[in-house]
Ligand binder design. Structure first.
Ligand code: ADP
Ligand code: ZN
Length: 432
């Protein structure tokens, strides 16, 4: 049931001891990088004087801008000769950053990935199809090496070429896929077009969905359509990539691997820690990385820690579904709105397809939100005016969820652009 029983079920006091030992070693590595040696000097930090896990809080946060300014290798604490790979953030939010890995770092990462996949029921007898971008994006190679370590047959199908994806799933009898949520929804349309019933003609048992925010309603939609279990997968390039936190078969929050990362949750405004159960910004420190440790990295991702332990017996704490990045928050008429709130409402409506776009405009100095959403082919009669009742109902449902009144435009099936990687769900035209 566990990939590494000792580590995954380690009593908390021992786990915290282990964290402290690993943290001390990490600080020694970090000190060798130009960035952290300067920072420690500037802040008067003597790493030998940090004796408890709480002392970590004396070190300032690291933010994305630090990584950008020290591009490419200001945080590297070893030589180019020692490192064997780089990855880079997909650049969803601006200029790219790179992360370096030595062989130890890659082995540690693959092991975490194998642990995640195993904990969600994957075994060496499974056939794993990795339907995400390879290359600099961490989701491809990260899962790839984890799956090979687990011993599963691994199909590096990458994203796109949907018909070939489905052909591979059928002919290789794929049981497990890794896929970005928006692309899982795109494949549903393609399967419908091809007349393939995924419950009868595919062999899928489970899917790992991550890399972008999605709602519980989307999970259910994907699970029902394919007849599978969907597990949430969370990670970010700065912390290796995927494999930071992952759901076990309880499907109730993601175990954060605390033998590899120290987690803090802070109030993004005051930067003070928030208690378990309360939403805040996730902050991570790597404690099992040699080439490029990152200390107290502010992710801008919002989530909370489950206060109670998981019934599965793992002692590593669980984080909730990610509500979104702080940057994704839309402020409309003084109200804070996350795209996932809108998604939750839309995905509950059976008549609606899975593709949608949120457009923000400013007219006569007033902000307006237009939610454009496709109708499911089965409900599309050729005349959208017949769906006026549905449209009006949606406006009302959305108002209840987000507290402002958006405009809703129903669209014909397949009229919005599709995405094979991370989807762009919001078009903000207000600044133009
Ligand atoms: P980029 O920042 O350019 O998109 P990454 O691939 O490193 O590059 O993206 C990591 C980010 O993706 C996370 O910080 C988070 O915002 C988002 N993300 C990853 N997994 C999930 C998930 N399961 N749920 C919600 N958001 C996720
Ligand atoms: Zn669990």
């Amino acid at each position: 049931m566990y990939w590494e029983p000792d580590i995954e079920t380690m009593p908390r006091p021992r786990l915290e001891n282990m964290q402290l030992t690993k943290l001390k070693r990490t600080l020694e590595y970090a000190h060798r990088s130009p960035f952290y040696s300067q920072r420690f000097a500037a802040e008067g930090i003597d790493i030998n004087k940090l004796r408890t896990l709480d002392d970590l809080r004396r070190i300032p946060f690291t933010v994305k801008q630090d990584l950008r300014e020290s591009f490419p290798d200001g945080l590297l604490c070893t030589s180019y000769e020692d490192v064997v790979r780089i990855h880079s953030s997909s650049g969803t939010t601006g200029q790219i950053i790179v992360v370096f890995y030595n062989q130890h770092d890659l082995d540690s990462w693959s092991n975490l990935m194998a642990r995640c996949m195993f904990g969600a029921g994957t075994r060496k007898t499974d056939v794993f199809q990795n339907c995400v971008g390879y290359g600099l994006f961490t989701g491809g190679l990260g899962f790839h090496f984890g799956s090979e370590k687990l011993g599963a047959l691994t199909i590096p199908s990458a994203s796109g070429n949907s018909r070939r994806q489905i052909f591979l799933m059928q002919s290789m009898k794929t049981t497990t896929v890794h896929i970005i949520p928006s692309y899982a929804l795109v494949l549903m349309t393609v399967l419908n077009e091809m007349g393939v019933d995924p419950r009868k003609e595919l062999f899928l048992k489970r899917a790992f969905l991550g890399a972008e925010p999605y709602s519980e309603a989307t999970r259910r939609r994907v699970e029902e359509f394919y007849g599978i279990d969907v597990y949430n997968s969370y990670g970010l390039t700065e912390m290796n990539g995927p494999g930071v936190a992952f759901e076990c078969t309880e499907k109730a929050g993601m175990h954060l691997w605390e033998d590899a990362f120290i987690l803090e949750v802070i109030d993004p405004d005051t930067q003070e820690p928030v208690p378990d159960g309360q939403e805040g910004e996730l902050v991570f420190t790597t404690i099992d990385r040699q080439a490029m440790p990152i200390l107290r990295y502010r992710t801008k991702d919002l989530a909370f820690v489950y206060p109670e332990p998981c019934p599965c017996g793992r002692t590593h704490r669980r984080i909730s579904r990610i509500k979104g990045r702080i940057d994704d928050m839309m402020i409309m008429k003084g109200v804070n709105i996350f795209p996932t709130q809108i998604e939750t409402t839309l995905m509950k409506v059976p008549e609606l397809g899975s593709n949608y776009l949120i457009v923000l405009e400013r007219r006569n100095l007033v902000d307006e939100m237009i939610v454009k959403v496709e109708v499911r082919p089965e409900f599309f009669t050729g005349d959208l005016r017949r769906l006026e009742r549905l449209r009006a109902q949606l406006v009302a449902d959305l108002r209840t969820e987000i507290l402002i009144t958006p405009k809703v435009e129903l669209l014909e099936p397949s009229s919005l652009p599709i995405s094979e990687g991370k989807a762009v769900r919001v078009q903000d035209l207000r600044e133009l």
